[in-house]
Design a protein around this ligand. Structure first.
Ligand SMILES: *Cc1c(COP(=O)(O)O)cnc(C)c1O
Length: 393
């Protein structure tokens, strides 16, 4: 077994691709594109040209035009801008908004803040497999509804929502549709020329780009009105002021181009790694796979083990780095609200382990994860004798 950590937490963040790192390093320093892209001198224009290329690269990944993208610091900020931006711009029309109980914290807490300001939010629950039932969305839409926000791929379970059907329904009912696509951009094919999506959030560090850079796609429709949530210079069509981080943007562009080029082979690799892991543990008793495999992004496998205590399981997994249904919310001491929304009880939610795979993941790493998981579950169920003192501390 390898001594160093084995990283299987690519849903939390991905390391920058070496090719991205190269581009990023090149753009830093005195010989790089450090100049302010808003400056009209030659150096500024050079930076602006680099930003334009990167914007086109991200736009091409999504099959949209580069003018539709607003750079942000990541998906958290893009979600805030989309949700608060629409709520503020359309406040005079109505104060009803719709989202799901299984959204990322950056969406849940943004809506919660709006609730405190007097907005009404309907929180839709998924079915037991994690998917949104269109009927429940249809019933929730009222004349005063302004925005529906439903994520594309769930960060804990990998469950994919049918954003095409959801978007169609929103168009029919004249409601704006936002999707947090932080887990799917660069990983699954997204065609914004075809998809009825008004606003889409992304972040580069989930597809092997640098941390701290993301974007919000804003559809070219008169109905899509946004108010800024920050004020300052006129950058990004006055929707997101602040000096652009050229090196991060250039890195995001490179990451987008690589993701587009290699999407197919990455997806086959994810599927192979996930299936290898599941085949290696699925004969254990009382395992529950969270999320129906046919509706899941293959880079994430989320499994609950009945009768096993989550935190001890995490300790037993070392040196394999995975996320757990309890550690995700370690500070609040609660089990995963996402898994509870799927109908898992507290204990099952706490016993959940999220394995997530990346480009660098090897079969040998997966085999180590299988060994550690099997040993930990069996040991904690009192079946296998303790081989180390790891779990006793
Ligand atoms: C990672 C993630 C975010 C937050 O992205 P940041 O770049 O950290 O702001 C938001 N939503 C989902 C679904 C994510 O996976």
């Amino acid at each position: 077994m390898s001594n160093g950590p084995i990283y299987l937490d690519y849903a939390a963040t991905t390391p920058p691709d070496p090719r991205v790192l190269h581009v990023l390093q090149d753009s830093l320093g005195q010989t790089g594109s450090f100049a302010n892209p808003s400056s009209i001198h030659a150096a500024g224009r050079q930076s602006a040209a680099m930003v334009a290329i990167a914007r086109t690269q991200v736009a091409e990944l999504l099959n949209t035009r580069q003018e539709r993208l607003i750079w942000t610091s990541g998906a958290t900020e893009a979600n805030n801008l989309a949700i608060q931006g629409v709520a503020n711009a359309r406040e005079h029309r109505g104060k009803h908004l719709i989202s799901m109980a299984t959204e990322h914290k950056s969406v849940v807490d943004t809506f919660a803040a709006l609730e405190k300001r007097g907005y009404k939010v309907t929180w839709l629950k998924p079915d037991g497999s994690g998917r949104l039932l269109l009927d429940s969305l249809s019933q929730a839409i009222r004349p005063e509804t302004q925005l529906v926000s439903v994520m594309h791929v769930n960060n804990e379970t990998g469950v994919i929502q049918d954003i095409h059907k959801i978007g169609m329904l929103c168009r029919e009912r004249d409601v704006l549709f936002h999707t947090d696509a932080a887990q799917s951009v660069g990983r699954l094919a997204i065609d914004l020329a075809e998809l009825p999506v008004d606003l889409l959030s992304l972040t580069a560090h989930k597809f092997y780009g640098p941390q701290g850079i993301g974007a919000l796609f804003v559809a070219d429709r008169p109905a899509v009105q946004l108010s800024p949530i920050m004020f300052g210079g006129g950058q990004e069509r006055r929707l997101r002021p602040g000096t652009l981080p050229v090196h991060l943007i250039v890195g995001a562009g490179a990451a987008a181009r690589i993701a587009a080029d290699e999407m197919h082979e990455n997806l086959s690799h994810m599927t192979a790694m996930r299936d290898r892991l599941w085949n290696g543990i699925s004969d254990l008793d009382d395992l529950i796979r969270n999320g129906l495999p046919v509706h899941c992004y293959p880079g994430i496998l989320n499994v609950s083990a009945d009768g096993v205590e989550g935190e001890s399981l995490m300790l037993g997994m070392e040196p394999v780095c995975v996320a757990s249904g309890s550690a995700c919310n370690a500070t609040s001491g609660e089990s995963s609200y996402v898994l509870r929304a799927l109908g898992r009880d507290d204990l099952l939610a706490q016993s959940a382990v999220r394995f997530s795979f990346g480009r660098p993941t090897t079969a040998a790493e997966v085999d180590t994860a299988i060994d550690r998981y099997r040993w930990s579950v069996e040991h904690l169920r009192g079946i296998a004798p303790a081989k180390t003192g790891l779990l006793l501390k």
